[in-house]
Write a new protein. Structure first.
Ligand SMILES: Cc1ncc(COP(=O)(O)OP(=O)(O)O)c(N)n1
Ligand SMILES: Cc1ncsc1CCOP(=O)(O)O
Ligand SMILES: [Mg+2]
Length: 523
């Protein structure tokens, strides 16, 4: 990974008004955690924070001296006023003082009508300065678990919420399953305190899948309020319309970047000397987090995997590099006839993407396509059929996300084929960067009629960030790109622009190819 900055417009200028997140939790008089940390994080990520106070805690960076809880009716009043005045797109809950407050919040959340704000509960049961913040009964905790959309415990909080010991990978999974059994919709466990791991591995589990987010272990010191920061950052990225997987990836990168900004690169620069050693090292020493804005360093991003052992099954070597990386227009076509028609344009890369036909027919098409471009400098990729591509000696293979789980990537690399992989956001890019492919496809950029896409169009502002994040690996943009939109796509610095319908549906496909290349500045 590199340290280069993703110097882009920070957020897409999608709306004039800032999105709103409500933060419900305690005031930490030291400013290290709680509502102050939430509000700072949200402001840093261009979100307006409304704060609903559950308790006032008198804390220093080392001690919690006292706490005073709000009455449930005072909390209710705060909710009521904001509900009418400044409704939330997401709600982030931190410390809840007691059952009465928790039940009020459950009732209020349950009464919200669609489209309901996304609700995150960071179940801070104790403060990092050493005091108990929440005293909730088991039944009320369970009610909260099944009411919110995402709960973000650390290992100790997971153990408390599940009433199970958590001391290795197996018991962690069992405890997560216990929370799911209690009705939790999705769980993000922060692995910072997991002694048995050799990296910091956070685990996200929802109804359909599990993701792991890994960062190197950081021995540079402790920063207070990182739990609040993470949950607030998740809320921020959710209200900026990122899918949950990308919001988690970005929030993880954000916290890592704040840590790096604050603690520096080495252990030797502790700005504050601990004044007592009677507390756990997790409480000491205290630093004041430096904000950072949208995470801008590729090195801050976590490695994302979809299986615990995912990286173990790869050789970790690079796939062969492309012969030419200034790819230009990348036609993606569904028959060998199209390859025959287009190669004379001088096209530098093409893809055969056949979705129908018998295996014999597809084999024949791949064979003919390879022969057609054999003595040209056109780099021909075969979509999906990686075994046939190896057998028939293709230049490269293009695979989708689902294919990564089933295709033998090591066999593709050993056979000397290039590999291109589709991605649809930050989480998938971080998954794929670790595989060192020959190129990364980024899509879909605009709405497309060619393929049903489960994800949303990404737009050009996000594409710009993706291109920067992929630095060192060639990139290809795809999806809904036509003559009108191509120049803004080219301006992102992407290496190639893949098109289907802009060529295959054109009245004069060869002229359409030339016009696209000219408009993009590739001709
Ligand atoms: C250049 C390029 N980018 C993305 C895709 C999509 O590939 P995939 O996810 O495998 O989906 P299908 O094309 O198989 O429907 C692509 N083909 N080319
Ligand atoms: C195969 C594929 N993968 C992501 S978008 C897409 C289709 C792109 O087609 P078009 O260029 O016609 O929008
Ligand atoms: Mg495919």
């Amino acid at each position: 990974m590199t340290n280069s900055h993703l110097t882009t417009p920070v957020f897409e200028p999608s709306s004039v008004r800032l999105p709103v997140v409500w933060c419900i939790g305690g005031v930490d008089s030291s400013g290290g955690a709680g509502l102050t940390r939430d509000a700072i994080t949200l402001a840093d990520l261009h979100v307006h924070a409304c704060v609903l106070t559950t308790q006032l805690t008198v804390q220093s960076n080392l001690l919690m001296l006292s706490k005073d809880s709000m009455s449930a009716s005072a909390l209710n009043q705060q909710w009521q006023v904001l509900h009418e005045d400044t409704p939330a797109q997401a709600i982030k809950i931190g410390a809840i003082a007691n059952d009465e407050q928790a039940l009020l919040l459950c009732a209020r959340i349950q009464s919200l009508i669609a489209p309901r704000p996304f609700v995150i509960w960071d179940p801070v049961l104790c403060s990092s300065s050493g005091g108990v913040l929440s005293e909730l009964s088991e039944s009320v905790t369970d009610e909260l678990l099944s009411t919110v959309d995402l709960v973000t415990p650390n290992i100790d909080e997971l153990a408390k919420l599940s009433h199970l010991p958590v001391n290795d990978e197996k018991s962690l999974q069992t405890a997560i399953n216990r929370l799911k059994g209690k009705g939790a919709k999705s769980v993000y466990v922060k692995g910072g305190h997991a002694q048995w791991q050799d990296s910091v591995c956070d685990t996200f589990v929802c109804a359909s899948h599990t993701l792991y987010f890994r960062q190197p272990k950081n021995s540079k010191g402790n920063l207070r309020g990182t739990g609040c920061m993470l949950a607030s950052a998740i809320a921020a990225f959710i209200v900026h319309d990122y899918c949950i997987e990308d919001a988690l990836t970005l929030a993880n990168a954000y916290v890592s970047e704040v840590r790096r900004n604050t603690l520096g690169e080495s252990d030797s620069h502790h700005p504050i000397t601990p004044i007592s050693n009677q507390y756990e090292t997790s409480c000491l020493p205290a630093y004041f987090a430096k904000t950072t804005g949208f995470p801008s360093r590729a090195a801050s991003f976590p490695l994302v995997t979809f299986r615990q052992d995912e990286t173990a099954s790869y050789d970790n070597e690079r796939f062969p590099a492309l012969t030419r990386t200034n790819l230009g227009i990348y036609p993606v076509v569904d028959s060998v006839q199209w390859i025959a028609r287009l190669w004379s344009t001088g096209v530098k890369i093409m893809q055969l993407r056949v979705k129908q036909g018998s295996e014999d027919d597809i084999r024949q098409q791949i064979k003919e396509a390879i022969a057609l471009v054999a003595h040209t400098d056109c780099q021909l990729f075969i979509n999906d059929y990686w075994q046939l591509a190896i057998e028939l000696g293709a230049y490269g293979v293009h695979l989708g996300q689902e294919d990564i789980d089933t295709a033998d990537l090591n066999a593709i690399r050993r056979a000397g084929l290039r590999l291109g992989i589709s991605t649809h956001g930050f989480a998938e890019i971080q998954r794929v960067r670790a595989l060192n492919p020959s190129y990364i496809a980024l899509g879909h950029i605009f709405p497309t009629n060619t393929k049903d896409m489960p994800s949303k169009p990404q737009g050009v502002a996000r594409l710009t960030k993706y291109v920067k994040l992929c630095e060192g690996i060639p990139t290809v943009a795809i999806g809904g790109i036509n003559l009108t939109r191509i120049s803004e796509v080219a301006e992102t610095g992407v290496n190639g622009i893949a098109v289907v319908s802009a060529i295959t549906q054109a009245e004069q496909p060869l002229k359409a190819y030339q016009a696209l290349a000219r408009e993009a500045g590739f001709a």
